[in-house]
Design a protein around this ligand. Sequence first.
Ligand code: GRF
Length: 234
Amino acid sequence: MNGTPEPRVPGPGPRPFPIAVLASGRGSNLAALIDAREAGRLPVDIVLVAGDRADAPALRNASAHGIPALALDPKSFPDRRSFDRALLARVAASGARLVVLAGYMRIIDAAVVADWAGRMINIHPSLLPKYRGLHTHRRALAAGDLEHGTSVHFVSAELDGGPVIAQARIEVRRDDTEDALAARLLLQEHRLLVACVDAIARGQVRECNGSVLLDDAAICAPLRLDPSGHLVAA
Ligand code: GRF
């Protein structure tokens, strides 16, 4: 020690990647992202959690973790596009470079989606392209599927129709109910979403002209999760 103060130089190492999460309800996928972030397993900064319902548990949880939370009321806007533009303007102002739809229950206007092409992902509880839309577990059971799963995809103007990044699969049991199947799948949703956000944050996965690239090469089938929670080619 010579008494001279050390200059404050930013340390080396990756900067956290800023993301925003849109959520309308329970927020267990958001909680998985927060947990992974807090455990040092996800190099992101969740700069905003936003949605359409001020009473959503997801927004309350964000606030409890010191994450800025914002709800806009769709009824205060003349139409869907103006609501979506206002909400996504706040997201842009937050500095987020990726928007994660995690149980966000509104369809986003196509023009607004286009502004975020390649920078907006969604988690959906089915093996897309099967069962776009609602009640996916019920539909998988009604069809007698032996396998069910979840997909993370880049968002396009088509509902649940954008390029799929990765999927996780589970077996359907003979005695499964809709609730039991949903609960078992939810655990895989959490792992899959964390892995996809991690891969995007680290620049390993990106979208280009409607294709998903892994390490700069287009994938020909959705990636899958290996047992350690990393994405690998199918
Ligand atoms: C999840 O099943 C997700 O796949 C779907 O909506 C549900 C949201 O759950 N898009 P949560 O709010 O993250 O708990």
